[in-house]
Design a protein. Structure first.
Length: 331
């Protein structure tokens, strides 16, 4: 230990420095020696040495305090770091313990499953042995059955071969007959009369006049003949004169007077009578059946629904209301 008495300013104080390194003291003495012109100058040496040692002591104190603070900060940082690592290790340790517990549970479950599987494997081995024994017996039975089946197949093949020859000959005969029948069918298709999709026969294939007129045309012709006969018996003159007398369907909404006056213009005609009638197509089978109706409206009466011009061809074969015809005489 070295004790140094130093005077700083007006006050005196004693500074103790303990365990100062010899190197520091040597540097201080060297500086003091250089500062004095002569080693014999005791006052200079003593004063300079005191100031230098005081400065060195202050410098050393500041260095020690700075190093102490840095060391304490490092120690605090290391302590915090170690505490964080310890906490992390404790957390990791807890997690590892939990994983270890789960693994132990899984191992126990696997051991239990392994035991069950071993039992099943043993059972399957027994079943396999029994199955192999059955397959061996089945193989023997199958071999015997196959031999019998092969024998039957040979017999059937022989029978089928003979029948095949007979069928081939029969097929040839059938083909010849089929060709003959097809020729007859072709002729029938050309010459026969067949109904269409609507169930009716095409007029073009009907013989004679049936191809020229429809059944509706014949029905209208019958009504026209009846109207002409009615006019012959209805007119006062009985149908005389220098010109042919005409039966004309009444114009819809007009009278027979008007219809005869405008018909075949510029020739002039007058109405001698008007006949209104309807005939039924069906056959009368007893005395209670009527075959038609007639009425006399006269030449001046307007006829709206009773005109043939308002009827379709199909309506000629159906029961309808009256139809009026005009008995026109040329003048």
């Amino acid at each position: 230990a070295v004790v140094v008495n130093a005077e700083y300013g007006d006050s005196c104080s004693t500074i103790k420095m303990t365990a100062i390194q010899p190197t520091v003291i040597f540097i201080a003495l060297f500086v003091c020696t250089i500062s004095c012109e002569s080693l014999r100058d005791v006052d200079c040496l003593d004063g300079t040495l005191d100031d230098t040692l005081l400065q060195i002591a202050r410098l050393y104190k500041s260095i020690v305090i700075s190093q102490t603070s840095a060391v304490e900060q490092q120690v605090a940082d290391l302590r915090a770091e170690f505490e964080l690592k310890i906490k992390t290790l404790e957390t990791v340790n807890i997690q590892q313990d939990e994983k270890l517990s789960r693994y132990e549970e899984k191992v126990q479950a696997l051991e239990k499953t392994n035991s069950v599987l071993q039992d099943e494997v043993s059972y399957l081995k027994l079943e396999l042995n029994e199955t192999e024994h059955r397959l061996a017996n089945l193989s023997k039975d199958t071999r015997y059955s196959l031999e019998r089946v092969n024998s039957r197949i040979g017999s059937v093949n022989s029978t089928l071969s003979g029948k095949s020859k007979d069928l081939t000959a029969t097929l040839r005969t059938v083909k010849v007959d089929l060709n003959s029948v097809q020729s007859d069918v072709d002729v029938l298709e050309k010459e026969s009369v067949r109904a269409g999709a609507d169930g009716k026969i095409d007029r073009a294939v009907l013989p004679g006049s049936y191809a020229d007129y429809t059944l509706e045309d014949i029905a209208w012709g019958s009504i026209h003949a009846a109207a002409a006969a009615a006019c012959r018996g209805s007119v006062p003159s009985g149908g005389t004169g220098g010109w042919g007398n005409t039966v004309v369907p009444v114009m819809a909404g007009r009278s027979c007077d008007h219809t005869c006056a405008v018909w075949d213009s510029p020739s002039k005609h007058v109405c001698d009578a008007a006949v209104t009638l309807v005939g039924f197509v069906k056959h009368a089978t007893n005395a209670s059946n009527s075959v038609g109706y007639y009425y006399n409206y006269g030449c001046a009466s307007k006829q709206d629904p009773q005109s043939e011009q308002n009827r379709s061809d199909q309506q000629s074969l159906k029961w309808q209301n009256y139809i009026t015809y005009c008995c026109c005489r040329h003048i």
